[in-house]
Design a protein. Structure first.
Length: 461
């Protein structure tokens, strides 16, 4: 919104080289709003405006740019400006940028960092991909457990540059191992001679640097905090993760899961910034798999072609039977995958889920069975179609088939994510279209076998 309103004016100022006017306008906005403006500009213009901003503001604006915009802007900047920005932005944001670049480009940028920041960058990049270590910041305030409040306040004055993370102060022992934390408000309201041990929060919440990012998302949701300390394998404090970084992680993870659930490989960039070729590459494999799966449906129909030719009415209800089974399976899959993602459901809960879906599938199937059977009877009674003298049995076939197909769809859709999790695969790859295709094939088998079982043999001769 802000970008659209200011864009013509900013472009005009750039063309006129009115740098003073540009600086005055931009400095009146928050970093996130300026980043929103930058996204709609060519990389060269972004580079021009970044050079105009005060150093700290330029770094904050850069942090708020999407990764792809950060890469393009770095190409447009000179080495001096690149080095300044990379040294000034927060270590966790810098890590996210560096891990997206080719190895050669990453090394080139690392060489531009000062020795201290280069050491931090290499340390964070050394953690596994998608781990908490890649998201953490090494900027935190740690104090000794045997200190007094007076000593703590003296230390805080020395570390004034860390004021963004000073609301939670971490208490460690003589070996640097995390003991607990104290809140800034607790420190400022007690006498200076008070011992740190007297104002501990008694909440030793922490993450390990090698934990998966999703573990961090779950921890922030569970404890409702804004910052969590990160420790190594020896419980030594090595950094902190803040809620703003985890919100970004949660958004990316949810986006990936939704895309996979829709039968699309996770996109590497926003939709409108993904090329047609890249989009086709992401979607084609799943479509090919689903197409081959649907071939099995046609093969199944061919095997029962004789029955369909003798009782044409069976073909009328095939789309209805297939859609009900597929829709039910897709519903169950979506529910279970999301429940797994937010840890409402664990792998050990499979039997509870099975029983719930068994009961739910029977009830849902029963509801649809009544609707399907009534539809057959009404069409016969009001002469919309003549199903013959065995129309009541045909209505029963539709009803029983719907119960069977819906029950099967519920169980398959719910259990497949558990199977994938058991073999260490992402349940999100169990896409709704894939489940629907699988249930289509088996649904036809159920439908035709119920028809052969209930309808008189004479009708098939």
């Amino acid at each position: 919104m802000i970008g659209n309103l200011l864009m013509p004016e900013l472009v005009e100022l750039i063309h006129r080289r009115d740098f003073k006017g540009l600086r005055e306008i931009l400095c009146g906005f928050a970093p996130a709003d300026i980043a929103e403006i930058f996204v709609d500009l060519p990389p060269d213009d972004e580079a021009v405006m970044l050079r105009l901003l005060p150093r700290e503001l330029a770094a904050e604006v850069f942090e708020n740019l999407p990764i792809e915009d950060q890469e393009k802007t770095l190409h447009a900047l000179g080495n001096e400006q690149v080095a300044q920005i990379l040294n000034d932005i927060s270590p966790d944001d810098r890590t996210r940028l560096l891990e997206e670049l080719p190895a050669a480009a990453t090394q080139k940028l690392l060489d531009l960092l000062n020795p201290e920041e280069r050491k931090i960058a290499k340390q964070l990049l050394g953690y596994p991909e998608k781990s908490v270590g890649r998201q953490m910041s090494p900027h935190y305030v740690a104090i000794q457990q045997n200190w007094t409040v007076a000593e703590v306040l003296a230390e805080l004055r020395k570390q004034e540059h860390k004021r963004d993370v000073i609301n939670q102060i971490y208490v460690t022992d003589s070996k640097g191992r995390l003991v607990d934390f104290v809140r800034l408000r607790s420190i400022v309201v007690v006498p200076p001679q008070t011992s740190v041990l007297e104002i501990l929060e008694n909440q030793k919440i922490s993450l390990h640097a090698t934990d998966d990012q999703e573990t961090a998302v779950a921890a922030f949701r569970k404890y409702d905090v804004t910052m969590i300390p990160v420790v190594d394998s020896n419980d030594v404090l090595v950094g902190v993760v803040t809620v703003d970084d985890i919100l970004d992680v949660a958004e990316r993870e949810a986006t990936e899961d939704i895309q996979k659930l829709g039968g699309v490989a996770a996109l590497d960039a926003p939709y409108l910034k993904t090329t047609i070729f890249q989009m086709v590459k992401k979607r084609a494999p799943w479509l090919a798999i689903l197409f081959v799966g649907e071939m099995l449906t046609s093969v199944t129909m061919q095997n029962y072609g004789g029955e369909v030719q003798k009782i044409v009415a069976l073909s009328f209800f095939m789309p209805l039977i297939l859609s009900c089974g597929g829709n039910t399976g897709s519903q169950a899959t979506s529910l279970i995958i999301r429940a797994m993602a937010v840890r409402d459901v664990l792998l050990s809960d499979w039997w509870r889920v099975f029983r719930r879906e068994l009961a739910g599938g029977l009830l849902l199937g029963g509801i649809l069975a009544v609707i399907g059977a009534v539809r057959v009877l009404l069409w016969q009674w009001f002469h919309f179609w003549d199903y013959g003298s065995h129309y009541s049995t045909f209505a029963l076939v539709i009803g029983v088939s719907l119960i069977g197909v819906v029950l099967w769809g519920s169980l398959v859709g719910a259990m497949l994510p558990f199977l994938l999790r058991l073999v260490k695969l992402d349940p999100a790859v169990c896409s709704a279209p894939f489940v629907a295709t699988l249930v289509d094939v088996t649904g036809l088998v159920i439908y035709f076998n119920v028809a052969l079982w209930l309808l008189p043999r004479s009708l098939f001769q």
